[in-house]
Design a protein around this ligand. Structure first.
Ligand code: HEC
Ligand code: HEC
Ligand code: HEC
Ligand code: HEC
Ligand code: HEC
Length: 407
């Protein structure tokens, strides 16, 4: 077995008494596809479910030349068009993801959610030095498909299992093998990646996605509203070219609606913003009510860096700003080792929060803006993300205030 230095992922090399001691990943030579697969499979079986690839993607699907989304799109053009602009399609190319994965030996951990098929991985882990997730032992994947990796969470990531197409069970006449799988109509399909929590002792990173648990704890589960109900809206149309029209689901997954690439995102009608904003003047106050009206989980959910911002400006008769108020809804973490959550004022499903703001002297008008943010300017600059879209405005309200001088 040869030990090589892996420059792409290694954090650097330290020298100890003339010998190289690898502080990052160790790259070993491939021993051939079968042996590499066996070693990697054995390693993954010792790891939590969410760290395991969803499928190998190595077995061909009879009737299909390859597993690329473009191939699926030749017969499923509407689904392909929707998926193409989704965040799932950008899970690998996402500039923020690209900036983050270069920085640590924990890169292998990221791949099974962002590129869920083993064939999409350039390097396969087969063990950890001293049990340290940042010191994986990696072997090059002889069957690596770089084009499929670009597709991130591609069609096959959710639909291909062991050489067959798994789906909700339409009963149609497909040119590829179909396996009906009841989990396609439940949140279980999504929780594999959207419900995962782990702390890594001594590390300054965590895995904290609780969207599944938040949904279960709220009212939407009991009402029979799954992740798909809100994120994959129903539509009546053929599921494939030439097939009969059926009630099927759009493949948008809009979420917060912040694009990864300017202009590329599902349309607003794919799902509404989670927040509802109401405002009305009351005596010398402006009552602002912020409600998590539409999200089936905490608002915001998922990535702990996300937040929602509400900004109010009070304007006088001459158009001058005479007062401002800002409110941040989100989690606050200290990225120590281990990281600590120090505050969390997110809105639970259907929770409303009333803020009573004192109207400044002379104000005749209030301008209210709500926006959804995925990353702060400071952190985006740290990752050299340039003009990466960081936020989206979800609400703009203009409220006339009674002129108290005349009352
Ligand atoms: C994140 C997982 C995921 C990805 C990625 C994905 N699908 Fe789906 N797909 C689903 C789920 C869940 C359903 C079941 C929807 C339902 O009927 O409740 C589904 C249903 C379908 C159906 C049945 C008809 C329908 O619209 O409900 C077809 C056909 C299909 N997908 C094709 C594709 C194609 C083609 C791609 C890529 C362009 C793709 N899927 C990407 C999760 C996914
Ligand atoms: C040559 C055309 C063609 C190609 C290529 C193709 N499909 Fe299909 N697929 C169909 C047809 C036709 C149906 C049946 C649709 C119906 O009757 O409503 C179908 C059905 C499906 C279903 C529904 C299965 C169920 O639950 O009943 C899924 C999911 C699906 N395809 C996914 C894919 C994916 C993913 C790919 C690419 C890896 C792909 N298809 C490639 C033609 C194709
Ligand atoms: C293989 C892992 C995986 C599966 C399965 C999966 N997701 Fe995702 N999902 C992700 C990742 C990773 C992202 C973010 C990609 C990025 O931002 O780089 C994401 C993004 C999203 C977003 C967009 C969030 C935003 O605001 O941009 C929504 C909504 C979403 N997923 C819903 C779903 C639903 C609903 C399902 C089940 C049908 C599902 N996902 C299945 C991994 C997954
Ligand atoms: C009742 C409808 C509803 C249900 C059920 C629901 N969501 Fe959402 N989800 C939303 C809305 C609305 C948003 C947009 C929130 C916003 O404005 O930021 C959202 C946002 C998201 C986001 C982006 C993070 C954020 O807060 O913006 C992810 C990821 C996500 N949902 C995944 C899921 C998953 C996974 C499930 C199932 C466990 C699920 N959702 C169930 C409505 C729903
Ligand atoms: C358990 C599955 C999982 C793993 C492991 C994972 N991610 Fe993600 N990642 C997600 C999901 C789900 C989202 C969707 C965003 C959300 O829920 O707010 C996401 C979103 C992201 C985003 C976009 C953030 C945003 O707000 O749009 C980046 C960047 C990212 N992940 C980087 C990483 C890196 C780097 C690693 C490895 C250290 C990693 N992820 C490991 C599931 C995962």
């Amino acid at each position: 077995m040869t030990f090589l230095l892996l420059l792409a992922v290694a954090c650097g090399l330290r020298e100890a008494e003339g010998e190289l001691s690898p502080p990052g990943p160790t790259l070993v030579a491939s021993e051939g596809l079968a042996a590499d697969r066996a070693a990697t499979t054995q390693f993954f079986q010792s790891r939590p479910r969410y760290e395991q690839p969803l499928d190998e993607g190595l077995k061909p699907v009879p009737g299909l030349p390859d597993l690329s989304a473009e191939t699926c799109g030749t017969c499923h053009p509407a689904l392909y068009a929707e998926w193409s602009v989704s965040t799932h399609a950008a899970a690998w190319t996402d500039p923020q993801f690209q900036a983050e994965i270069g920085k640590s030996g924990n890169r292998w951990l990221c791949l099974n959610c962002h590129t869920p098929l083993l064939v999409q991985h350039d390097l396969w882990p087969r063990g950890l030095t001293d049990g340290d997730v940042e010191l994986p032992v990696l072997a090059p994947n002889p069957a690596f498909d770089p084009k499929l990796r670009e597709e991130g969470i591609t069609c096959a990531g959710c639909h291909v299992r062991d050489g067959a197409i798994h789906g909700p069970g339409l009963g149609g006449d497909a040119p590829h093998p179909v396996v009906a799988d009841a989990t396609f109509r439940t949140s279980e399909q999504c929780e594999r990646c959207h419900q995962a929590e782990a702390v890594y002792p001594g590390k300054s990173f965590v895995c904290t996605f609780q969207t599944g648990d938040e949904w279960r704890a709220g009212p939407w589960d009991e009402r029979g509203k799954t992740c798909q109900t809100c994120h994959m809206p129903e539509v009546e149309r053929p599921a494939a070219t030439g097939a009969p029209a059926r009630v099927v689901r759009q493949h948008w997954w809009r979420g917060a609606g912040i694009p990864k690439f300017a202009g590329v995102h599902p349309p607003p009608e794919a799902n509404p913003p989670g927040l509802d904003v109401q405002a009305s003047p009351l005596d010398d106050r402006l009552q602002v009510t912020l409600t998590n009206a539409n999200a089936g989980h905490m608002l915001p959910s998922g990535d702990p860096e996300r937040w929602i911002q509400v900004d109010v400006s009070f304007i006088d008769a001459g158009g001058q700003t005479v007062g401002t108020w800002s409110h941040r809804i989100g989690q606050t973490w200290e990225w120590t080792s281990p990281p600590k959550k120090i505050a969390d004022n997110r809105l639970e499903p259907e929770e409303g929060r009333v803020e009573s703001l004192v109207v400044p002297e002379g104000a005749v008008h209030a301008s209210i803006t709500a926006s959804s943010h995925r990353i702060s300017k400071k952190n985006a600059d740290y990752h050299h993300l340039g003009d990466y879209p960081r936020s989206v405005v979800t609400h703009q309200l203009e409220i006339a205030l009674p002129d108290r001088a005349r009352q």
